[in-house]
Design a binder for this molecule. Sequence first.
Ligand SMILES: Nc1ncnc2c1ncn2[C@@H]1O[C@H](COP(=O)(O)OP(=O)(O)O)[C@@H](O)[C@H]1O
Ligand SMILES: [Mg+2]
Length: 221
Amino acid sequence: MGSKALEEALLIIKVMDAPRFIVFEGIDGSGKTTQALLLHHWLSRRGYKVLLTEEPTRDLLTGYFVKILLRSKDRYPPITYLSLFLLDRLAHQEKEIKPALQEGKVVISDRHHFSTLAYQTAMGIEREVIDRLTDFIFQDFFWPDLVIYIDLPPEEAMKRVESRGKTSSELFEKIEFLRKVRENYLKLAEEYNFLVVDGQRNPVSIHEEIVKKLEPLFPPK
Ligand SMILES: Nc1ncnc2c1ncn2[C@@H]1O[C@H](COP(=O)(O)OP(=O)(O)O)[C@@H](O)[C@H]1O
Ligand SMILES: [Mg+2]
């Protein structure tokens, strides 16, 4: 094989390996929505069809129930939150993620499974319970191909959230709680090989770092 042909073959192998299901994770205010949008634009400009989505879901009834529960001042048993998150994830997968992947789209989700692991274990639920319930609810669980974790100290994240006006649930915004969540994320990042980016920089340089990693996998169409 000539070197040009070899180069092309290697590119095809790389591209076949390209992540199709990309998830952003991080505490509230870390910059997930900002980066998911920037990545969406970047992929679209390169000619890819993209579904930009989020959890809790925006347009499904299950997401609506989760949001109502989170906004309520009334506290429920931790398993209630866990179960609703999982039901919403199942609906998200079956009604939105799966069809988009089947149409050849790249899916970018703002939060997914690892939010549950990081937050619900910080609420005191055993990891094993989450794993077992997930196994029970999903016959075929779609794991993200790539998780981009934006790391930011809770103090910094809370400043940002406050300045944008309170929209998220108070339940998950206490600083001590968020410290635990961040620790959980950092452990998960090692275990599952997340792409970890430092969220304490301006949005454009964070985006450039992400794009640098993804560029070889998404050649312009
Ligand atoms: N890198 C950054 N540096 C400073 N502020 C940021 C950065 N990224 C996002 N922001 C701002 O911080 C707030 C939270 O960002 P957002 O993307 O909504 O985070 P998340 O979706 O993780 O909660 C928004 O007001 C956003 O404009
Ligand atoms: Mg957001």
